[in-house]
Unconditional design. Structure first.
Length: 85
């Protein structure tokens, strides 16, 4: 999808994503809460992606993280990780 094609946030229609999340919340109620520290994590990822994009216009931090996240989900024995699948 658009998240893995690279090119950073410029390749994503952020307003559309926010609108879709608002529609989902209106339709289904408050399904999830975003923890307060999420803003710091998002900012860190955006800085890292900006650095990557300065070297390669098709860089995608999601593609860089996917192997680690996949391995972690599939090999971690914690109940919490099993529940994430």
């Amino acid at each position: 999808g658009a998240w893995t094609k690279g090119g950073g946030a410029a390749a994503i229609n952020v307003n559309k994503v926010i609108s879709q999340l608002q529609d989902l919340t209106a339709e289904k109620g408050n399904l999830f809460q975003i923890p307060p520290y999420f803003a710091y994590i998002a900012k860190s990822f955006s800085v890292l992606e900006g650095i990557g994009l300065s070297n390669d216009e098709k860089y995608s931090i999601i593609n860089e993280c996917l192997p680690y996240v996949s391995k972690r989900l599939l090999t971690d024995k914690a109940d919490r990780m099993g529940g994430a699948l």
